[in-house]
Design a protein around this ligand. Structure first.
Ligand SMILES: *Cc1c(COP(=O)(O)O)cnc(C)c1O
Length: 366
């Protein structure tokens, strides 16, 4: 039995009739940008994410970028980011002219370590961007407390965390504003690019609505030098269909994670995900850690089991950040994580039987 890492085709075909009906509605509406389908999805997604406002944008990177712009963060400012994240978190900061200031993770959870944040704060710090990596919430109470003491904004990078909760509160409502991605492989994925900002800050929502549409509230009247970063009507209509099955998909991911937790326990050298008792992750990824990661991935591939490394190179060692002068050894926890992590297959269309099969293959390989 082969187990693909992620079968996007099967995921979308499981709702083919409803997706086709949504496509037909948009096709026949004759209106393709910023119309009823986007407004409807924004309302639904804001409610789902526990926020007053939802603002559809072009992608997750833009969602983070537009929040930073909306708060007036720019050249001369510093923004605290995890050293262990997908590069987009850093790029959003760089693109608005500010400087990303990396902070190492708690090794067990892979998420930013609140105990290390305060030492990274300077008079130039304006915001903290915790990432709910792999779908597991960061320790938001601790982060919000630090931000409160220093007058900083907290921007959740929720690109991997649609529906996850921290102490019973849902991702998207845990800071001042949150950025979501609807990249096809995310827990809530479009059939193309898409993103959203959620916030209960009326002023920020208003500014981002303006920025995403050329800095214009009234057509051809430009208040600020804005951008073109809108969620298409078509993607919004498809996302409304897929939002209805998000909880069901997340439940299947939890069930698969439970199989892995149980079947992979106790293998020497293998590190399984650690979930704090206050966190309810949505398992965007199920990430294991092993010193012989590459050999393990190869053995699994030989049996038709797909795995991916999230991520092979940390942002501070990417050529894109060479100008910051970081070198190997500057963020040793992140570097060790990047050398050893491996993501096992997990998705709403994967069966528990397939999870058992993957677990057996991992056990046999080690
Ligand atoms: C996917 C992702 C993004 C960027 O989202 P895009 O829609 O691809 O621009 C940002 N941050 C994290 C943590 C992500 O996983």
């Amino acid at each position: 039995m082969t187990v693909p890492f992620l079968d996007l085709k099967a995921i979308n075909l499981s709702q083919a009739d409803e997706l086709q009906a949504a496509f037909k509605r948009v096709l026949e509406s004759g209106w393709y940008i910023l119309g009823g389908a986007t407004a409807a999805f924004e309302t639904e997604f804001a409610a789902y994410s526990g926020s007053k406002h939802g603002i559809g944008v072009a992608n997750g990177l833009d969602a983070i970028f537009l929040i930073l712009k909306g708060y007036g963060i720019g050249p001369g400012d510093e923004v605290i980011v995890p050293s262990n994240t997908f590069v987009a978190t850093w790029l959003a900061v760089s693109h608005c002219g500010a400087t990303p200031v990396p902070v190492e993770p708690v090794e067990a959870t892979y998420n930013i370590d609140p105990a290390l944040i305060e030492a990274a704060i300077t008079p130039r710090t304006r915001a903290i961007i915790p990432v709910h990596l792999y779908g597991q919430p960061a320790d938001m109470d601790a982060i919000n407390a630090i931000a409160g003491r220093h007058g900083l904004k907290v921007i959740e990078d929720s690109a991997q965390a649609h529906g996850s909760t921290c102490r019973g509160k849902v991702a998207g409502s845990l800071g001042d504003a949150a950025a979501f991605s609807f990249y096809p492989g995310k827990n809530l994925g479009a059939l193309g690019d898409g993103g959203a900002v959620t916030t209960s800050d009326d002023q920020l929502a208003d500014v981002i609505r303006t920025y995403r549409n050329y800095g214009s509230k009234v057509k051809y009247h430009n208040e600020v030098a804005g951008y073109n970063s809108r969620l298409d009507e078509l993607q919004a209509a498809l996302l409304s269909v897929k939002l209805k099955t998000l909880d069901q998909g997340n439940a299947q991911r939890r069930a698969i994670a439970a199989v892995y937790d149980q079947r992979l326990a106790g293998i020497p050298g293998l590190v399984l995900p650690v979930v704090p008792e206050w966190a309810d992750p949505v398992w965007h990824l199920y990430v294991i850690r092993h010193p012989q990661r590459d050999a393990l991935a190869k053995k699994l591939a030989d049996q038709g089991i797909g795995t991916i490394v999230h991520y092979p190179i940390p942002p501070h060692l990417q050529p894109a950040y060479a100008h910051m002068g970081y070198k190997e050894g500057d963020f040793p926890i992140s570097e060790a994580i990047h050398r050893e992590v491996l993501s096992l297959p997990i998705s709403p269309v994967m069966t528990l039987e397939q999870a058992e099969e993957v677990a057996r293959a991992v056990r046999a390989a080690l």
